[in-house]
Design a protein around this ligand. Sequence first.
Ligand code: FRU
Length: 496
Amino acid sequence: MSTITYTEKYRPQFHFTPPSKWMNDPNGMVYFEGEYHLFYQHHPNGTTWGPMHWGHAISTDLIHWEHRPIALAPDHNGYIFSGSAVVDWKDSSGFFAGKAGLVAIFTHADQYPNSDRPRQRQSLAYSLDKGRTWTMYDGNPVLYSEEIIDFRDPKVFWYEPKQQWVMVLAAGDRVHIYTSANLKDWSFGSEFGSLDGSHDGVWECPDLIELPVNGDLKQTKWVLIVSIGDNPKFTEGSRTQYFTGSFDGYSFVNDSGPETVLWLDHGRDNYAGVTWSDINLSNQEKLFIGWMSNWKYANHTPTETWRSAMTIPRVLSLRENASGIRLMQKPVVELEKLRQRSTTYKNIAVVPGKNILSGIKGDIFELICEVDLASSTEFGFKLRMSDSEETVVGYNKVTGKFFVDRSNSGESDFHGEFPCMHEVQAHSPNGKLKLQIFVDHSSIEVFVNDGECVITDQIFPAPSSTDMDMFVIGGEAKVESLVIYSLNSIHGIYGI
Ligand code: FRU
């Protein structure tokens, strides 16, 4: 086996990656006794999707992760597909002799006996030692359906008003909601969505969370997050949508018309993301992480010893803007710990043809910019740039669209639909724009206007493509402030 150095080409330096081999969805995220747990879909013997296990890592700051042995491995009930974990505070399951403990609720995937028809059933495992080791429940599976083929990815939470557990589960083209008193016996509550939102692909990995609107704890909404799988007919591949509405412990009611589609991310590489259980933030925001890849090309990205990373962890909140109530994402504050040297500019004019950032280099960095677009028609940055490569990030005032263009960002011949540009309608209140950008060895994440819209993309630039350009087209812009922080590696390689 080759040694894991974390210096391999394209290896992210501040994003979570498996030490080696394949990873997809984040699973079972839960916070317990001062530790954040992150499990993940893992094929420990290959760098492409295969027999699924739950890999595991633990962190006390969401940034530095201690890799743990595999938590759940396939057994007589099948592979271990996606799912969640909760703290069973009152020992409702009876697994913990009256104390609190961790229960994982996940999909066992195999085939019906003597057939190749897929079978997906929900099962439990529990841990008596703060997630270090796991025992399969001997009553598995606890929930199944003979009719529905795609029946997976249980996300469970405690619903205080009715003193019951609630499970949201992907069931083909819709979500099923179940309730339980003990995590073992589940009753059908309702279903949602066969006619709502996007059905460009099969529904997967739902999550249902309650969030205050504009931080007002007295006015909350429920957000249903639903990932939709790849479909060769659509160039976007797999992506994630959400609905806002109400929830009474049994059913979710969509606030928007069925035709409304709200995307969680406008890039290509934020999939199957869900939130951490048992986080008690005072403002009731939620913590989210997504798989930073896309089923369209996930098995072909140009890394050798491992494949895929997670997004940076993000805080989710709801804000009402001119378009309605929208999900906001911002990077967790813990990332600020990685900031090292900074380059700062204040109140500078940006004029066509002059690159103020020539001479500045960066391969892993955070860039924060507040700009008055003034007379410009387009303003933006070229990052991870060389004579032959660039990732372009910008805003066009005429179309009102924010974009990331990775057409020429580096290695991209592994899939015909990887090189592309995508855009999103973004507000520029009073002609101003605020950007926060995170760049790593193989990704870019852009948060526009405090996370009102987000673009998350993988890129594979040459390690030597480290130049930057700040450009303007059609007139001048005024950069009110610009800070570029080089970031420390979480692997302790750079600058320590
Ligand atoms: C989403 C998904 C889930 C499934 C898992 C299998 O990416 O397809 O629906 O549980 O991956 O690895």
